[in-house]
Design a protein around this ligand. Structure first.
Ligand code: G
Ligand code: G
Ligand code: MN
Ligand code: NA
Length: 251
């Protein structure tokens, strides 16, 4: 309960900030985008992991305020990097199921793009399969977002229970292979088979596929060999502060 009280005030107290994890083309190491990941630094508690406060924010409804703050800040940061001379091709922002409940997600995205001046093509929204399956009329919302010109990614793909028939109707551009399938590549043949199947599915449905949680050269080589050329993970970079991204990727 204490945590909930703290969380409610976290935005106004400037305790919330974003880190950004690079997404790269495996072949060239080129930066293709970043994923925005929210962080909470409380003066007494220290850094609270998102795995603790995101579910709380979802349960209490605070995720709506938080999600709006995150999206605005992420779009603003893209403009700041641009002004500093770094063009980040694309920013990916996570959305929770509750952000779809009010039916105003499209208006929020439109408003923030207008305010920040970020081109819609440079914003990708990540939703999990459970967002799609647990949102009434998900297709209408997804179509609305698609009409704005932003792209959509399915996060943690393969861990949920979305039907492929559903996927077929969705104007989705990207599948993110969940880290759990990448972790044991080269030791677990089942995980390898799943990763390959997702890559093939993406190819045949004309979707781009990005592997999450890539930590080793071996994993990267496996992915590349099987036709997945986009990756995100500690092998390339941890999530970093905006200035660090600028330093490390500005050439
Ligand atoms: O950074 P990592 O520990 O950074 O993130 C843990 C979890 O928190 C991931 O499942 C990630 O999708 C989720 N997460 C991180 N940032 C956000 C955010 O801005 N919004 C939502 N809804 N989830 C986020
Ligand atoms: O669930 P989502 O994919 O949105 O969140 C990404 C999460 O994965 C974040 O917690 C991020 O810090 C973490 N992450 C990113 N790259 C790696 C990696 O290479 N290894 C591990 N173990 N975690 C990672
Ligand atoms: Mn994500
Ligand atoms: Na994920």
């Amino acid at each position: 309960l204490q945590l909930e009280t703290y969380l409610r005030r976290s935005i106004e107290k400037n305790e919330i900030f974003l880190h950004y994890q690079p997404q790269v083309e495996i072949d060239t190491g080129r930066l293709i985008g970043v994923e925005a990941l929210v962080r909470w630094n409380h003066p007494q508690l220290g850094l609270v992991p998102p795995a603790r406060f995101i579910p709380l924010a979802e349960d209490t409804g605070f995720i709506n305020q938080l999600g709006q703050w995150v999206l605005y800040e992420a779009c603003r940061q893209m403009v700041r990097w641009q002004e500093a001379g770094l063009t980040v091709p694309k920013i990916a922002v996570n959305l929770s199921v509750r952000q779809f409940e009010r039916g105003t997600i499209g208006d929020m995205v439109r408003g923030i793009l207008r305010e920040t001046g970020l081109a819609p093509q440079r914003l990708q929204l990540e939703v999990t399969e459970s967002v799609i399956m647990n949102t009434g009329d998900a297709l209408a919302f997804i179509n609305d977002l698609h009409a704005i010109g932003v792209s959509l990614a399915i996060d943690d793909f393969g861990t949920g229970y979305s039907s492929l028939a559903y996927l077929k109707q969705m104007p989705v551009q990207t599948l993110k292979i969940d880290r759990s399938f990448i972790k044991d590549i080269s030791t677990d043949v089942n995980d390898e088979a799943i990763a390959i199947a997702i890559i093939q599915l993406g190819k045949s449905m004309n979707l781009s596929v990005i592997a999450e949680g890539v930590e080793t050269d071996q994993q990267a080589a496996f992915l590349r060999r099987h036709g997945c050329n986009h990756a995100q993970g500690y092998l390339y970079s941890r999530p970093v502060a905006p200035d660090e991204l600028l330093l490390r990727w500005n050439d």
